[in-house]
Design a protein around this ligand. Structure first.
Ligand code: PLP
Length: 431
């Protein structure tokens, strides 16, 4: 182990002088540590230490880092064509990936729109829903219904469907669109969803469906808005409500897609098909930034037949070939292995490893689903205090609010998973 040399001290001073880190103060971002490499499930720090990564880089790196199969796919594409515009041109990686996505997702979802980040894919879904109703002669249907404790992105339009409190809507005043909010589902993952859970959302739809374009939810797992799990039964009832009131249904599977909850897509727990599906995060195994919005034929045909005759959106880096190639490789790699067994093993290990925290006085709840393990505390953590504590344990865990959680790469073995859960317990015990 070598101490950070002067070179790193200067680099960190430059970082502090010029970079604005996420959700951080510009002048004093708190604990920041330089990473110089990543391999398997390990991050290599500049001071020579290694951390076992319990975050999969914000849930993306399902195959870990520096994976030979992933590396080869990106290298091969790099030598063929790294980027080309998508207006008027197309290319094999985008065509192949779109076909794969249509094949893997529910039957009616046939039309793939590529974009660069999860937030943009949600904006695209919102715009598609609004433009659809405009195109078929119901221009009054422009509002969204979202759930409390939800998270759908950080751009202005997506912020409007995030939880209004944790999303800090008040900071942005009237600029954030006013949407309808229904309570977060209360029904547990493994139980039924009582009618009482549907009452408020049903009431909103009954009263306002003529101004509502779509309902947007994260199926089964509400991620960055609270790490809450809920019953798939809720989704079946929600689909029926949307049909009854002629409102579109958007599923945001940016966090849950590609195996995280134990099914390839969380909607499979419910057997429910949305009108629009958003994918991102682990779509490329964390190698490149890419997202997709997949629409059904009703939406595509509706928009095609409208006044504009086209969907009005087109990102510069749409369908980037390197990103598409890494997504193809990531999906093929996932499907070529018994990933359901792997995720089930991780769930068992996370459950067993985190269970002792249920007895801690500072802990409100411990829950696991698929490769997600959550310790919910009674009070919010102080990030400046806890972040170095996890690093001392040799693990990379980045809590938010009251939530200390892990969403590890699927390649994490039992021994490393045990180190992650033990480190989480150790830190939580000391709070
Ligand atoms: C991360 C996330 C987003 C936003 O994706 P970005 O790539 O960060 O823009 C949207 N919805 C959900 C459910 C997410 O987890």
């Amino acid at each position: 182990m070598s101490a950070p040399d002067n070179h790193w001290e200067q680099m960190l001073a430059d970082d502090r002088a010029h970079i604005w880190h996420p959700y951080a103060q510009a002048s004093d971002p708190g604990f920041i540590t330089p990473v110089v490499g990543a391999n398997g499930v390990r991050l290599q720090l500049a001071d020579g230490r290694e951390l076992i990564d319990g975050m999969a880089s914000w849930w993306c790196a399902i195959h870990g880092y520096n994976h030979p199969v992933m590396n080869r796919a990106v290298q091969q594409q790099l030598e063929t064509m790294s980027h080309v515009m998508f207006g008027g041109l197309t290319h094999p990686p985008a065509i192949k990936l779109a076909a794969m996505l249509v094949d893997l997702t529910p039957e009616g979802l046939n039309r793939v729109f590529f974009s660069d980040s999860g937030s943009v894919s949600v904006e695209v879904a919102m715009k598609m829903a609004i433009q659809y109703w405009q195109a078929i002669g119901k221009p009054g249907k422009q509002k969204m219904v979202a759930l409390r404790s939800g998270y759908h992105g950080d751009t202005l339009a997506t912020m409007s469907v995030c939880d209004p409190v944790t999303g800090m809507h008040h900071l942005f005043g009237d600029v954030v669109l006013k949407q309808f909010f229904a309570p977060a589902p209360d029904c547990a993952f493994d139980g039924p969803c009582p009618e009482s859970d549907m009452e408020e959302i049903s009431d909103i739809l009954a009263r306002h469906h003529e101004e509502i374009a779509a309902v947007i939810v994260e199926p089964v797992v509400q991620g960055a808005g609270g790490m809450r799990f809920y019953s798939p039964d809720y989704l079946r009832k929600l689909r029926a409500l949307c049909d009854a009131f002629d409102v579109l249904l958007i599923f945001d599977e940016i966090a849950t897609g590609f195996g995280r909850t134990g099914k390839l897509f969380a909607l499979e727990h419910a057997g429910v098909e949305p009108d629009l599906l958003c994918l991102g995060k682990s779509l490329t195994g964390g190698y490149m930034t890419l997202a997709a919005t997949i629409a059904n034929d009703r939406i595509a045909e509706g928009i095609d037949g409208g006044e504009a005759g086209a969907f009005m959106h087109g990102p510069t880096f749409m369908g980037n070939p390197l990103a598409c190639a890494s997504a193809i490789a990531s999906i093929e790699l996932l499907l070529s292995q018994p990933w359901q067994r792997t995720v089930a093993r991780l769930q068992t290990e996370l459950e067993q490893g985190l269970a002792p925290a249920r007895d801690f006085e500072q802990v409100a709840d411990v829950r696991t689903l698929g490769a997600i393990g959550v310790i919910e505390l009674k009070e919010a953590v102080n990030m400046r205090e806890v972040q170095p504590m996890f690093v001392e344990q040799g693990i990379w865990i980045r809590p938010f609010g009251k939530l200390v959680y892990t969403m590890p790469p699927f390649i994490m073995n039992s021994e490393d998973t045990a180190s992650v859960t033990a480190g989480m317990l150790e830190v939580v015990a000391r709070l």
